[in-house]
Design a protein around this ligand. Structure first.
Ligand code: GCB
Length: 592
């Protein structure tokens, strides 16, 4: 799915701003049929939960309604007109006046509708978007709805971040010519000093296609004819971590001598490969330093915000991070494009978090139903997972920053049924994108001995909390456990290993001369212990600290106003560990 852009043949109108807002139950059941009768307005993009003071809105389970008027520019007569929602978390229904024009399940991938037949150039229409936030065992991520004794419906879920909902990303109206480009796929290679650019273009109707490659200064460096092919860029400038370089593939659909549609897709030329225990970018070993992140800020929840985007990347650069993982769902496309432009490497994760009935919000050990069964996570869940994976790859396939897909976070990979669940998904991912390695992050109690799926993937990504959930406060014991664990994985699989998560909750301002969990010193000592071990294990190719910043979670006795494993606070102030990481990563930057 192409990102909407303004081009010589396409126009774009942003619909962000304040929309009328109401929770289902406070308005008629078919609120799209008229003006939403509500005193509330909600900001788009933003999760709605923290905007209002009413707990009934924050904790609402079900549908909410957003509505605004929108005007089609008068110059759009004769064009096709599309409405694009970057994300409706977790389910969206779009109405143009009285007509349902789009429905979509999955809260972190975009969808659109061709609304040409329902609107007129120059005129206004009533745009209503319903957003549902319910999670079940056939949604990705999954969840369960319970009914409390007093009748309140409550959303339960197994992931450790607050179930923010709403229109957290932008909404767009755009025009495209009648015959237009509908998709572009770009894969790149290196041939001596030249770059090879394979491309495939899809169009809304058969039509001649030509492509041109422009360099960063706008000079044409290659061109080709036809809807698919390979072109060469002589003396190519590669996209490298820390040294981004982007070309543009100008795709033109022709109508005789006229250009009917023109769309430019930015791309970088680089290769990615796993060889033995090394992760290679452009044939050179790459060592990941960085974080698992979240889209999470005060008031906005998961709402995309360009100011936080810029600041977060500044802070990552300040710490010497060269990469991050989009834990635990696809991030806004603006984030991916920023990473492309700034040479930050991304592990792109699906929203498949919580496929593990043995874990709850980071705590393990409960008696539980089998994770993989028709009653829990079965064929219908896998079908939703596959659909989501297709949408993620379709959205992010052309980003040079994305070097690996992460198919799930902490699935129950040691339980019977895990292999049957994952084998088809791995095959699908390889078919959708044969160019990028695959991983999943393995939960603490998936050991090298009992894990049933790691051999299907290219890189071993481990989430480990020795010194936190296990051997709490005892870093000496934790060091031994960690090293034994990592060495066993290295030995059994012979693949590169990345620490996908390691971290300790830390209350800023709390200090001690001893190893006391929650203090700033402990977080630092905990990370330093891990780094000693990482440096001793040959197969190690990366470290992603959990987490970049503190973030909101559901309530629980093990969470103090959210998860505090951030190296930065929720308002992005450094804890002591940030300075220690900066020293290590700045030094590593030049060494590994
Ligand atoms: C994990 C999860 C992450 C949690 C983290 C924790 O293993 O992947 O979502 O937030 O542990 O802090 O418990």
């Amino acid at each position: 799915m192409l990102k909407p852009r303004s081009t010589p043949t396409r126009e774009l109108v942003g619909l962000d701003g304040l929309w009328r807002f109401a929770v289902a139950g406070t308005v008629p059941d078919d609120p799209w049929e008229g003006r939403l009768d509500t005193p509330l307005e909600a900001a788009v993009p933003a999760s709605y939960n923290d905007l209002f003071t009413d707990p009934a809105i924050r904790d609402h389970v079900g549908w909410v309604w957003y509505q605004r008027q929108a005007r089609v520019p008068r110059g759009w007569a004769g064009e096709r007109i599309f409405l694009r929602v970057d994300a409706a978390t977790h389910e969206g229904r779009v109405y143009v006046d009285d007509v349902l024009v789009a429905e979509h399940i999955g809260g972190y991938t975009p969808f659109e509708a061709d609304i040409t037949g329902h609107v007129r150039a120059g005129e206004e229409f009533r745009l209503t978007i319903g957003v549902g936030n319910e999670l079940t065992n056939t949604t990705i991520p999954p969840g369960t709805i319970t009914v409390a004794q007093d009748g309140r419906r409550q959303q339960k879920y197994l992931h450790d971040f607050y179930n923010y909902a709403g229109l957290a990303r932008s909404v767009w109206l755009y025009s495209a010519p009648q015959v237009h480009v509908t998709d572009v796929t770009i894969t790149t290679g290196v041939d001596g000093p030249a770059g090879t650019v394979g491309y495939t273009v899809e169009t809304s109707a058969p039509a001649p296609v030509r492509v041109r490659v422009l360099d960063a200064a706008g000079a044409e460096v290659a061109s080709g004819e036809g809807a698919s092919g390979t072109v060469r860029i002589e003396d190519v400038t590669l996209w490298r971590p820390g040294a981004a370089y982007l070309y543009g593939l100008v795709v033109e659909v022709l109508d005789g001598r006229e250009v009917a549609d023109s769309y430019t897709e930015p791309f970088g030329v680089r290769t990615v490969e796993v060889r033995g225990t090394r992760f290679l970018i452009n044939g050179e070993p790459f060592y990941f330093t960085g974080f698992g992140k979240h889209e999470d800020t005060p008031v906005r929840g998961k709402g995309h915000d360009d100011a936080y985007l810029v600041h977060d990347f500044q802070l990552m650069e300040w710490t010497g991070a060269n990469s991050f993982r989009t834990s635990h769902y696809p991030y806004a496309e603006e984030v991916m494009e920023f990473a492309d432009r700034h040479g930050i490497v991304v592990i792109d994760e699906t929203a498949a978090v919580g496929l593990n009935l043995a874990v709850q919000g980071g705590l393990a050990g409960r008696a539980h139903d089998p994770t993989w069964s028709p009653e829990t996570f079965g064929a219908a869940t896998r079908e939703a997972h596959a659909r989501h994976l297709r949408e993620l790859v379709a959205r992010d396939k052309n980003h040079p920053s994305v070097v690996m897909w992460c198919l799930a976070n902490e699935p129950s990979s040691s339980e019977e049924g895990a292999r049957e669940y994952f084998e088809p998904l791995v095959a699908l991912a390889r078919e959708l994108d044969p160019t990028r390695p695959l991983s999943y992050t393995a939960v603490m109690f998936a050991s090298s001995r009992n894990d049933l799926i790691a051999d299907l993937f290219d890189v071993v990504c481990l989430n480990r909390y020795y010194g936190w959930y296990v051997a709490t406060g005892d870093l000496a014991a934790a060091e031994t456990y960690l090293e034994t664990d990592l060495r066993a994985w290295a030995e059994r699989f012979g693949k590169p290993i990345i620490m996908g998560e390691y971290g300790a909750d830390t209350q800023p301002g709390l200090h001690s001369v001893w190893d006391v969990p929650w203090t700033e010193e402990y977080q630092q000592a905990y990370l330093e212990m891990h780094h000693r071990v990482f440096d001793r294990v040959e197969a190690f190719v990366g470290e992603h600290v959990w987490n970049f910043a503190d973030f909101a979670t559901s309530n629980g006795i093990h969470r103090v106003d959210g998860n505090k494993k951030g190296v930065f606070t929720r308002d992005r102030r450094p804890k002591s560990a940030a300075h220690a990481l900066r020293r290590r990563w700045k030094e590593l930057g030049g060494r590994k």
